[in-house]
Design a protein around this ligand. Structure first.
Ligand SMILES: C[S@@+](CC[C@H](N)C(=O)[O-])C[C@H]1O[C@@H](n2cnc3c(N)ncnc32)[C@H](O)[C@@H]1O
Length: 323
């Protein structure tokens, strides 16, 4: 009952465990609600079910909500929308070009890819693969309730498996995955770690990837995002411009301050060179692509007659492959 109440009620001043997950779900709802449909980078009809007060947001209309968020946090929506589109594409490529047969979503929050991209609906041509979603126990409790509220058949979730692990604890992700009857050790796997690495210490990311690397097959695909190290350095506003992270340092400063106020500050960052080394040397993943929203404007936004400007390139998006 407690979890049910906290899923639907937002009490001012009370810390929610799913603040960041819900923030991303809201942005995905905004994209899904765009008109005309043909101008959307992706569809996520389920995102709204994970967002408190979605009927009110729908009443306000996505155009209005997008406009308000853009005024306060210029570039934030485009950054998250580009990240989602890029990682959707990584998942499709992992299946079609690299023959991956299962998916692990780390820090899954309210990601709905397991249903959006790969589900059991036999009327749909999409591939059916098992998806293991990993997150903190408190967030997973809320996710489970959200999943139960989706307007889909029960059987459509039979391939989605929730595995509770706190990356900052000593719990073994490896033990939990290997104990799961559907998990195939050594299979080519899609691993997603989206919007998570900057909330946890680097050693938690390292330990998590180390465990996974030993369980998945050669050729597995990793889709991961990270924050540029310069963003976390105080008084480095000039370097934000030099590194192409933003045109106006205020835009980054506001986002950094917002996440800190929300109680989940960004604490870990890498330069692109460091991140490539980190993945290769310690974990055997070779970076195939490392991009920002500005690199993706011509790929995703312009063909739809849209712009992603002003660019907020605080977060970078990576596709890597296990060597
Ligand atoms: C910004 S949300 C991103 C959610 C999801 N990947 C997406 O893109 O929709 C960050 C997620 O990381 C999870 N997370 C943060 N710290 C964690 C930890 N120590 N262990 C497990 N999950 C964690 C949060 O619970 C949250 O769901």
């Amino acid at each position: 009952m407690g979890a049910h109440v906290s899923r639907h009620v937002d009490i001012p001043g009370m810390k929610r465990h799913d603040n960041t997950a819900m923030g991303v779900a809201r942005i995905r709802w905004m994209e899904h609600a765009r008109k005309p449909e043909a101008s959307r980078l992706f569809e996520d009809p389920y995102a709204k079910y994970f967002s408190i007060g979605h009927p009110f947001l729908e009443w306000l209309g996505s155009d209005y909500v997008v406009c308000k968020v853009n005024q306060r946090y210029p570039g934030l929506i485009s950054m998250v929308v580009a990240r989602t589109a890029f990682l959707d594409h990584v998942c499709h490529q992992a299946i079609t070009d690299h023959a991956c047969t299962q998916m692990i979503i780390l820090g899954a929050g309210y990601d709905t890819r397991a249903i959006r991209l790969f589900h059991n609906n036999s009327n749909n041509n999409s591939t059916k693969i098992h998806c293991f979603e990993v997150d903190q126990p408190k967030v997973q409790k809320l996710k489970k309730l959200g999943l139960q509220s989706l307007p889909i058949q029960k059987g459509e979730l039979s391939h989605v498996h929730l595995i509770s692990v706190d990356f900052n604890s000593n719990e073994s992700l490896q033990d939990k995955l290997e104990a799961h009857p559907q998990f195939q050790r050594g299979a080519k796997t899609i691993i997603l770690l989206e919007g998570v690495t900057y909330y946890i210490p680097k050693k938690s990311t390292a330990e998590t990837l180390k465990q996974l690397q030993s369980m998945v097959g050669k050729g597995s695909i990793l889709g991961v995002s990270y924050v540029h190290q310069a963003v976390l350095q105080k008084k480095s506003e000039l370097s934000w411009i030099q590194e192409g992270i933003c045109a106006d340092p205020q835009d980054v400063a506001r986002v950094v301050a917002r996440v800190r106020r929300g109680g989940e500050p960004w604490i870990s960052g890498w330069t692109p060179e460091e991140f490539t080394k980190f993945l290769k040397k310690d974990h055997g993943f070779v970076v195939l692509e490392d991009v920002t929203v500005s690199d993706l404007e011509s790929r995703y936004f312009e063909p739809l007659g849209r712009t992603a400007r002003p660019f907020l390139c605080a977060e970078r998006f990576v596709m890597a492959q296990k060597a």
